[in-house]
Design a protein around this ligand. Structure first.
Ligand code: DGL
Length: 272
């Protein structure tokens, strides 16, 4: 299956995630690139991806990307660590558009200061099993010490809007305990859903551990890429945003409103 898109400065940026989590990346893209038109697709009917088989994750992601290409996007952001870990190389071979993932930017951000500190990475089972962070971090700094933990219950917590409170805290404590014992100084949120849990994560981590989410770095990489390719739409007129979901929009709207800080408009259901 050959996928192709059409490039133009006013064309939207396509952003893909398995659900609502990619909005944490959209928020930062809107802040850094307010002029850009955006089409977001959250595959809410089939989330979570992170506990599914590799072949399933690849198939679902390619179906989602195919949908986004119908909007003639000029660049694609895979705002999902699970899909970035498993599908990015195949995607880059199949489409001629710039494709930006979230793992390399997150790893870069984690190594910026004190690269010798122990680093914790949390993510979905598929992301952690893929070793994508361990490989990327070691490539950037051969000496870094990385400790990972899969946290499969955190994506459903976010999709259900259970972002604070005793249930969230006790699940996070159970997952983080082995990493805290390793005396980590940084914690990479290796899943774009997790920034929505930042207050609860910070409570468990305490002040000593810096929490890193890749959104800022991803937006910066998108900005650089669009500028290099002369595809950046100026901020003189605000960007238009479309949100597509594959299941009923209500839960997406509820959690999305919390993440974005305002009520999302233009949320529409599509079939892949
Ligand atoms: N936001 C996706 C990620 O970054 C969630 C994965 C899932 O659907 O399990 O990995």
């Amino acid at each position: 299956m050959a996928l192709s898109g059409q490039i133009g400065r006013n064309a939207p940026v396509g952003i893909f995630d398995s659900g609502v989590g990619g909005l944490t990346v959209v928020k930062e893209i809107q802040r850094q690139l307010p002029g850009e038109n955006i089409v977001y697709l959250g595959d809410t009917a089939r989330t979570p991806y992170g506990s599914k088989a590799r072949e399933t994750i690849i198939r679902f992601t390619l179906e989602g990307v195919k949908q986004l290409l119908k909007y003639r996007i000029k660049a694609l952001v895979i705002a999902c660590n699970t899909a970035s870990a498993l599908v990015l190389p195949a995607l880059r071979k199949r489409i001629s558009l710039p494709v930006i993932g979230v793992i390399q930017p997150g790893a870069r951000a984690a190594l910026r200061e004190n690269p010798h500190d122990a680093i914790g990475v949390i993510g979905t089972s598929a992301t952690i099993q893929s070793q994508a962070y361990v490989r990327t971090l070691s490539r950037l700094n051969i000496k870094c010490r990385v400790f990972s933990a899969a946290c499969p219950l955190l994506v459903p917590l976010v999709e259900e809007g259970r972002l604070t409170g005793p249930i969230a805290i006790s699940i996070i404590k159970a997952y983080l305990e082995p990493l805290l014992k390793k005396n980590i100084k940084r914690l990479i949120l290796g899943c774009t859903h997790y920034p929505a849990l930042k207050p609860a994560l910070s409570r468990v981590c305490g002040k000593e551990i810096r929490i890193i989410d890749s959104a800022e770095e991803v937006a910066q990489e998108l900005k650089n890429t669009l500028e290099q390719k002369d595809l950046r739409k100026p901020a003189s007129s605000p960007g238009r945003h479309k949100y597509l979901v594959t299941d009923v929009p209500a839960p997406f709207l509820r959690v999305g409103t919390y993440i974005m800080g305002y009520r999302l408009r233009g949320v529409r259901r599509v079939n892949l």
